[in-house]
Design a protein around this ligand. Structure first.
Ligand code: HXC
Ligand code: NAP
Length: 294
């Protein structure tokens, strides 16, 4: 459903991290359709470049793909500096890049924990900081949206590094909403329920039967639809809600209120099932890794 007027984001400049795929791609396209100049980043150069080319051709807006691993603070600062030089200050940031996989916590190595928290917790902070300090310096008003999950409220069994990291970002959102409000910088967050994407399903639902159909247990009887997510991301980004800051909005059809919305039901899996799930996740990881640069 088209809820917003054409040209709503004319003159806006928005970075969507992880915008080459999944929900990030959906939001990048939604902003470009409304006239924003959009930047997307990810580790796989070919993926961000192809997505940028497609969205740009379909919307007529400027969309650029930048290869950047947000785990590196220097690489992040360099990317943000290049974007600023490429046409001026950003006016919006969507912290969407993330990594996750289901695993019993007892089976995680410190490297496994860091693989997720270095991206979600630290990487997101580096991007927010690199933008925020420039906004404050140049006096630009801006809007930040971070993509979280509903388990920030009730915990994420079998996704503990993600749950801990996203909960940290929830507090970053509230803290900086206050600290940066005098500078006209708003920070809000979205906590989506299940919106089927290749990246998430390969790592969280490699065996749909293990968790049951996440659509069927939803009070609305279905998973989320991409335009629903896009509409919320447009609303929170837009100038019309200038007084709205420090909020995290769930968009999950009521799932977390009804069932907890997390992976608690995986307690029933045995070692051999986890072995199979681990193998499926690792094979998805290897495929994606082969598309990254050195
Ligand atoms: C246990 C695992 C594992 C698994 C990897 N590891 N997979 N441990 N179970 N299934 C461990 C490895 O053994 C290794 O530790 C460490 O993690 C690092 O592995 P690498 O493959 O070298 O990591 P890296 O290349 O950095 O890749 C990061 C990644 C990968 C997190 C492992 O999944 C990734 O790049 N993901 C990006 C895309 C993504 O995750 N999208 C989904 C977002 S969905 P050792 O000690 O063995 O060396 C989401 C929430 C959705 O966030 C909510 C739905 C409701
Ligand atoms: P996805 O398609 O796998 O998106 C993750 C994106 O992040 C990828 O484009 C990936 O690109 C990028 N990324 C990962 N590590 C990065 C790094 N170090 N530096 C830069 N970019 C990196 O999965 P998705 O489902 O769309 O998830 C998007 C967001 O929604 C995430 O924050 C996720 O936690 C959240 N979410 C999703 C759901 C859902 O149901 N889908 C539910 C709740 C929350 P590269 O691999 O090329 O780097």
């Amino acid at each position: 459903m088209n809820m917003f007027r054409d040209g709503l984001f004319a003159g806006k400049r928005i970075l969507v991290t992880g915008g080459g795929t999944g929900l990030g791609e959906v939001m990048a396209e939604a902003y470009a359709k409304l006239g924003a100049a959009v930047y997307i980043c990810g580790r796989r150069a070919s993926v961000v470049e192809e997505t940028a080319k497609r969205i740009s051709a379909e919307t007529g807006s400027q969309v650029k793909g930048v290869a950047c691993d947000i785990r590196g603070p220097e690489a992040v600062d360099e990317m943000i500096s290049q974007i600023w030089s490429d046409g001026g200050a950003l006016t919006g940031l969507v912290n969407n890049a993330a990594a996750n996989f289901i695993s019993p916590t007892k089976d995680l190595s410190p490297r496994g924990f860091n693989a997720i928290s270095d991206i979600v917790f630290r990487g997101t902070f580096y991007v927010t900081l690199a933008c925020g300090k420039r906004w404050i310096e140049c006096g630009t008003r801006a809007s930040v949206i971070s993509i979280l999950t509903t388990w920030i409220w009730n915990g994420g069994p079998y996704t503990v590094p993600s749950a801990m990291s996203k909960a940290g970002l929830n507090i970053m959102t509230k803290s900086l909403a206050v600290e940066w409000a005098p500078h006209g910088i708003r920070l809000n967050a979205i906590a989506p329920g299940p919106f089927p994407t290749k990246g998430a399903w390969e790592r969280l639902n490699p065996d749909v039967a293990a968790r049951g159909d996440s659509g069927a247990v939803n009070p609305m009887g279905r998973v989320g639809q991409m335009p629903e997510l896009a509409n919320l991301a447009i609303f929170l980004m837009a100038d019309g809600c200038d007084y709205l800051t420090g909020q995290t909005v769930a968009i999950d059809g009521g799932l977390h209120l009804a069932t907890g919305g997390n992976f608690a039901s995986l307690a029933k899996l045995g070692d051999s099932e986890w072995e199979r799930i681990r193998a499926a996740i690792r094979s998805a990881n290897e495929k994606d890794k082969s598309q990254r640069g050195a």
